[in-house]
Write a protein of this length. Structure first.
Length: 217
């Protein structure tokens, strides 16, 4: 019973929006450890621009800037998390922007300012499951249009059917293969999530590539 309630709470976007009211210091420092060894293994080539959807305190963006990324764009529903990002990168002279929601207009403006056609990489890490399908599609439409590669770490649903989503043991599991195919992306990497396993849930990670591309820059 308690586990189901905990998962219900964790799947509600308003919990994440107002989490700082419950855990007041949650975003004062880095939110969580970046799986550096895992990222080093799957992102071997230089990535110049990154969009992180659900960036929290910007730890993954910091990882990519340490490897040479010059353009970063962070989205998080929590205002304290965005404030933490702005503070973290305040003295960094790279081009950056942080917002509470994803906007086609703002993304286009940022890319134009950066003299880029699209982001090299978009990251969606443990955020898709809290969105309903409409919100997920609305955000993916923008992300897919403006990104070359997409990295997803979430709850995956693999049943060979046209089902896009299934709630299993309190968490929404999503058929990312089917959804990303609609936006002309194909899966080029699939593996175990670097984070702790979640009981009775399928936590995996995958990289999707826009079909018109050849290699990761």
């Amino acid at each position: 019973m308690f586990l189901n309630f905990k998962r219900f709470l964790a799947s509600n976007k308003y919990f994440w929006k107002y989490r700082h009211l419950i855990q007041k210091n949650i975003f004062k420092k880095s939110y969580g450890a970046v799986p550096t060894k895992h990222f080093n293994r799957i992102f071997k080539k230089k990535i110049n621009s990154v969009l992180d959807f659900g960036c929290a305190t910007g730890d993954k963006l910091e990882y990519f800037t340490s490897r040479g990324a010059k353009h970063i764009y962070g989205i998080d529903i929590n205002k304290k998390a965005i404030y933490a990002c702005k503070k973290k990168f305040k003295k960094n002279k790279i081009l950056k922007d942080f917002n509470y929601s994803l906007s086609e207009k703002k993304v286009s403006q940022f890319l134009k300012k950066s003299n880029l056609k699209s982001f090299d990489l978009a990251i969606l890490e443990r955020v898709c499951y809290i969105l309903d399908l409409k919100d997920l599609h609305d955000n993916l439409k923008i992300i897919c249009k403006n990104s070359e590669y997409i990295y997803i770490d979430d709850f995956f649903y693999f049943k060979k059917s046209f089902d896009l989503r299934k709630n299993l043991h309190g968490y929404n599991h999503t058929n990312f293969d089917l959804i990303l195919k609609k936006y002309k992306f194909k899966k080029i990497f699939y593996g175990r999530s670097p984070y702790k396993k979640v009981l009775n849930s399928i936590t995996k990670c995958a990289i999707f590539k826009k079909k018109s591309l050849k290699n990761l820059k």
